[in-house]
Write a protein that binds this ligand. Structure first.
Ligand code: COA
Ligand code: MG
Length: 291
């Protein structure tokens, strides 16, 4: 799976913003049909997105589409309109049950076959944004081999549960950690909350750092000004990479000497520390920082 350090939402009916997003060095662009698009612009947005998938060059960025939730009766039409454009993945909002993932999988499978696309080439990412989704989370994670990641939808989760949203986001700690645990257990990416203030870089920086420390692999963003800071925050620093490489080299020598644990600069290194170091090196490689 390619890294998704930053996923940028773009309203699906706004071709100007779509073109702008296509020119950015961002890991992924989410062409939105759901809440970023007014009800009377949904049909237009489907056509604009299909056209963009066909004709706009997104460079190295992945092309994702967020459909409308199934209960709106729009999801099937959204999929029928955009799947022929061969997006890299479909983002399902209000992914509250395994059944929703399975139904989406079924529709994608049919479209792949009808269009002659390689089976399994279009992925699924699930937006986890209700109490019900958290109760069902393990079943959701196991529902389809297409599932590549989980996204935490903080605003909708708060609307659903009565949680009061604060700028510190302490009220989301359980949800953020529960999502990370499930993602880890099922080998999925974990994508963190949106920072809606796109002018305050300190706020964004701090939220990225917390998200990274909590174990998220990336973050949703809503404005071009958030791309660079977010991608940098979810990329290991030069210092962290160097330390990780040192840990791995030391571990090899220690193992050869028959030692499971060894000391490095006054700290114990054992297998979990080595595993963490391996994750950092793998992320650095994925980001093209080392070979
Ligand atoms: N994707 C691509 N381009 C974007 C963008 C986005 N998400 N947000 C802003 N831009 C562009 C603007 O078009 C503008 O381009 P220009 O300089 O060529 O004219 C430039 O970036 C600067 O934008 P700015 O004037 O600061 O913001 P705005 O008032 O145009 O837009 C928002 C502010 C919040 C409406 C816009 O960022 C947005 O639509 N974000 C996504 C919203 C969304 O999808 N929400 C649902 C998911 S949470
Ligand atoms: Mg939402």
């Amino acid at each position: 799976m390619r890294p998704r350090r930053a996923l940028l939402y773009v309203p699906g009916n706004d071709l100007k913003k779509i073109n702008k997003a296509a020119g950015l060095d961002v890991d992924g662009v989410i062409l939105d049909l759901e809440d970023g698009v007014a009800a009377n612009r949904k049909d237009e947005a489907r056509a604009v997105i299909f056209d963009a998938l066909k004709n706009v060059d997104f460079g190295r960025s992945e092309r994702l589409v967020r459909i409308n939730p199934f209960y709106t009766q729009r999801a099937e039409h959204d999929l029928a309109a955009v799947l022929p454009g061969k997006p890299d993945a479909i983002v399902i909002p209000k992914a509250n049950s395994a059944g929703i993932i399975k139904e989406t999988d079924r529709l994608i499978t049919a479209a792949e076959s009808a269009m002659g696309f390689a089976p399994g080439s279009i992925g699924i990412i699930a937006l986890i944004e209700s109490g019900t989704a958290f109760i069902n989370l393990a079943a959701i994670c196991a529902a389809s081999p297409r599932l590549q990641g989980l996204i935490l939808g903080a605003e909708d989760l708060c609307a659903d549960t009565g949680i009061t949203r604060t700028s510190a986001a302490y009220e989301l700690l359980f949800a953020r950690s529960a999502l990370v645990m499930h993602a880890a257990a099922f080998g999925l990416q974990a994508i963190d909350i949106v920072q809606t203030n796109f002018t305050n870089t300190e706020l964004l920086q701090a939220e990225c750092q917390t998200g990274s420390e909590l174990g998220f692999t990336g973050k949703q963003i809503i404005h071009p000004a958030q791309v660079e800071i977010t991608q940098a925050a979810f990329t290991p620093s030069a210092e962290a990479i160097e330390k990780a490489q040192k840990i791995m080299e030391g571990a090899q020598i220690a193992q050869a000497d028959g030692m499971g644990a060894y000391s490095l600069d006054g700290e114990m290194v054992d297998l979990p520390v080595v595993k963490r170091a391996e994750t950092i090196v793998a992320r650095a490689k994925a980001a093209g920082l080392i070979t």
